[in-house]
Design a binder for this molecule. Sequence first.
Ligand SMILES: [Fe+2]
Ligand SMILES: [Fe+2]
Length: 276
Amino acid sequence: MTLLELSVLGGPWAKRLDKRRRMWTTFPWHDLGAQASPIAKNAARVVWTRSAFSEIASAAAFAEIAAQLLAASAPIDLVAASGEFVVDEVLHAELSAHVANAFGGAVALDVDMTRLVRPPVSERPLMRAAELIVRTSCVGEALTVPVLKAAQKASRSSLIGAVTGQIVKDESAHAQIGAWFLDWADSQLSDADRVHLGNVAGRALVAFAPMLRGECTQSSDLGILDCASFDPLFARAVRKRVAAPLALRGIEIPQTDLQAIGLDVSRSNPPVELTA
Ligand SMILES: [Fe+2]
Ligand SMILES: [Fe+2]
C-alpha cells in the first residue's frame, strides 16, 4: 500500500494537456458554497480525494480495455476511443485533486496502485475485453452518469457544479462505448459467453453499490447526495441504464445479485435507455 500522490512532469508532456486544462481556469475556484458547514467541507475533502483515486482506477481500466481490444482485432476507432478515455480519466483525477485542495487539502489515502484493475478470467481476447467493458462501461460508468448529474443539480457550490458538469460530459461517452462494443461483438458471443457476462455485471453491481452509496450524506451538499435521494436514483439507474440495455443484448444480470443490492426484482423492467 502507498499514499495516493499525483505528479506531473511538465515540458512537452504537460503541453499536450494544456488545451483541456485551460478551461479549468474559468471555473469559480473560490465559490465553495458560502453556506456549507465545516463538516460538509471536510466531507468534500474526503469524497474528492477518493474520487481522484477512482478516476485513476478508471484510467487503468480503459488502458487495459484498449490493450484487450487491440488483441481482439476490434475496430480501431473503438480502440482509439478507449485510449482517449485514459486521458479523460487522468484529467478527472487531477481535477478532483484540485477540488480537494480547494476545500482545504486532500486527505491521506492508502492505495494499492498495483491492483487497480481486477484481471478478467476469460482466455479469449474478445471475452477479456468484454468482461472489462461490461464492468467498467456498462455498469460503472452507466451508474456514475446519473449520480453525477443529480449531485451537480443538488450542489450549492458553483465550483462543484462546474467541475461535475465538466466530468459528466466525458463520462457519458464512457458509458456509451459498452453498448457499441457489445453490438459489434454480438455475432462472436455464444450463449455461454452472455451468461458469463451477466455474472460479471452482477458481481460489478454488488461491488459498486456500497462504494457509490458510501458517499451519500444526511443532506445534499457540495456535490455529495443525501442518502434519501440516492437510493431511488440508484435503483432507477440500475434498472434503466444497466439491466435493461444488457438484457436487450441477451445478457441477464442474476436476480440474486439484483436482490443483493436491494432491488425489488418482482417489478417489471422500465423502458430501455440506450444512451447515457
Ligand atoms: Fe472519470
Ligand atoms: Fe469515466
